[in-house]
Design a protein around this ligand. Structure first.
Ligand code: F1P
Length: 363
């Protein structure tokens, strides 16, 4: 673990909470994630080349289930093999609904702690019944899940004091994106710019995230994302719920018109995680929600005109969608953080939540 992370494990005068510190220092964990993948380059490439599997199952719980939703379409797009995200409890209790009889799956199990009972037991059952390769992504090298895996990408610098996943989530996403980028070498090199881009984004848009987070005129939040962005929209929704206890939901972009838009009024913030592929269609949805009285915010590679939306956050990263997903996260995490503070909540220890869900009877 880097000195910087060790140094800042206690709340310093500089940061008012673990969560804010972990959000604002996450680019260090991104660099560490890129180093971890670089160190395991040969093993990862060999796995992608040999492909001893007919499909990939990606699993986790809570934030890491939403991370699985972001990683599965990426794996399918980058490796050209069927991949799907499934909550660990579904894989554990309803395997026949998840794994087809003729399938030879690889399991990618994602868990910050590596101790979540559902993920551990689903992985144990998978090894027993399918005997396929198990890859894990996490933040704790001593964790039980690491002992169950054939290949582990562990980012120590993703470790956190806060119950809510912020820098751990983004570091694990960078590791997954970098690992799939190894199937297309130049992409991996290009991703080395991500930590600096992340820093610049937080500096440039921190004030807007705080202003919108503290704007009590906004009473409900909708996060829209499709393709590679749906899992990230779902995580943004979870962060807003976990940290601030706000009315919040996530939808596939075009699905929002098919019913949920009935909820839009002048107290609504509709947040669009714009793709490259369907940008024009997605922008039309935001324009329509603005016409219905909602406030609209677009996060995108290229800036969006304020004739189309109220607020625009642009990355200008020069990276493809498959390599830049993590850039959507810092602003959305800060938005949730400042809404939590405005609601008098303490994101370090959210209402009713623990950092790890260990079921009864488990160690
Ligand atoms: C998964 C998780 C977190 C959630 C809470 C409880 O943990 O559901 O996503 O925020 O902290 O645990 P993990 O398996 O990724 O450690």
């Amino acid at each position: 673990m880097s000195n910087e992370t060790q140094l800042t494990n206690s709340i310093s005068a500089e940061y008012e909470s673990h969560t804010l510190r972990e959000i604002l220092t996450q680019s260090t964990a991104w660099s560490a994630a890129l180093e971890v993948v670089a160190a395991k380059k040969e093993a990862i490439r060999a796995l992608w080349k040999a492909k001893p599997f007919s499909e990939v199952l990606v699993t986790g719980c809570g934030s890491t289930y939403y991370l699985s939703q972001a990683v599965a379409p990426l794996l399918q797009q980058q490796l050209g093999v069927r991949a799907r995200a499934v909550p660990a409890s579904e894989l554990l209790f309803f395997p026949a609904t998840v794994v087809a009889p003729d399938s030879k799956p690889l399991l990618l199990a994602i868990s910050r702690s590596g101790h979540t009972t559902e993920t551990i037991r689903a992985t144990q059952a998978f090894k027993k019944h399918h005997n396929g390769p198990v890859v894990t992504i996490g933040c704790y090298p001593e964790a039980e899940l690491v002992g169950l895996s054939d290949l582990a990408l562990i980012i120590d610098d993703g470790q956190e004091q806060s119950v809510v996943q912020t820098r751990s989530f983004s570091a694990m996403l960078v590791a997954a994106q970098a690992a799939t980028a190894l199937a297309h070498e130049p992409q991996f090199e290009r991703m080395q710019t991500l930590p600096t881009l992340g820093e610049q984004l937080m500096t440039a848009h921190h004030d807007l995230a705080q202003r919108l987070g503290e704007d009590k005129h906004i009473e409900r939040f909708y996060f829209l994302g499709s393709g590679l962005q749906y899992g990230l929209a779902s995580e943004a929704n979870l962060k807003m719920k976990e940290m601030s206890l706000s009315v919040s939901e996530a939808f596939h972009f075009m699905e929002f018109r098919h019913g949920p838009m009935s909820m839009v009024n002048e107290h609504t913030l509709v947040v669009g995680l714009l793709s490259d592929h369907a940008r024009d269609y997605e922008l039309t949805v935001l324009r329509e929600m603005r016409a219905l009285g909602g406030q609209t915010l677009a996060l995108a590679e290229q800036a969006v005109l304020t004739t189309d939306v109220d607020f625009s956050v642009s990355f200008n990263s020069g990276l493809s969608e498959a390599n830049r997903g993590v850039l959507y996260l810092p602003f959305l995490q800060l938005l949730g953080y400042y809404r939590a503070r405005a609601n008098g909540q303490t994101p370090d220890s959210p209402h009713n939540l623990t950092a790890v869900v260990v079921l009864d009877g488990e160690k």
